[in-house]
Design a protein around this ligand. Sequence first.
Ligand code: DGL
Length: 284
Amino acid sequence: MPSPKKIDVKALNPILSNESPATNTDAIGIFDSGVGGLSIAQCIEQQLPNEHLLYVADTLNAPYGEKSTIFIQQRVNSIAQWFIERKVKAIVVACNTATVSAIDQLRKNISIPVIGVEPAIKPAVTISKSKKVAILVTKATADNQRFLALVAQYSHLSDVTVQPCPGLVELIEQDKKSSVECKLLLRTYLQPLLDKGVDTIVLGCTHYPLVKTLISEICGDSVAIMETAQPVTQQLQRQLASHLLINPNTALATTQFYSSKSGADQEALFSHILQRPVILNRYP
Ligand code: DGL
């Protein structure tokens, strides 16, 4: 794999537009750089139990938050291509970093619904009493113009601090989310926000709900923590309905899991997070 910095924009892989019309029994493709998107996949499984899901974790290339925009766009296009070859009816970009870096160009290239993750800034600035809100994000999201423009839309309503959290995704991917190391790292990022009087924290990376308990422990009950799995699931449902793509079969559907990094440890990580045995297939 070449260094992300050396990738030429002209080398960006185009998506083949060989889509045949989607049918309502087709699966939905969901992806993330790793296990973060499982927080969204779980919500979709619970609320749309008749929908077949294909989940791709691009773990070999995680963390996306430390990569260039061009590199992330290339990965997103490759995964979307793979989904299209499997004839999915919609794609959920279950990753904030991939959403801000690549969703606009992805939507231009394919015609099926593409649902992204938007951090819950609007509800956060609405409920914050101290009018001090923080968003925890990856470095790539913190540097992204699309994301910064979204933050700017709400900065007249509340003081909004963007807090990058480098190292956190790596610890979660290593199944060290309950470790002292993880707690110390989180405290480093959270304590200055608490000292500042922040009373509402937005989780702007889909990996972070997996350490929500730890975040709550550090911040205490008086700090509200905002996630996005629910609004993403509702948006998916609306998109499927408007394209007449809701699966009419009432039988329970299946979720198939794929990862670019195979191995027993990866299978154990998925099983640990989902609290059920998971068979992990090799992507691509
Ligand atoms: N879970 C992803 C996000 O929401 C990606 C994290 C990463 O790979 O850095 O940002």
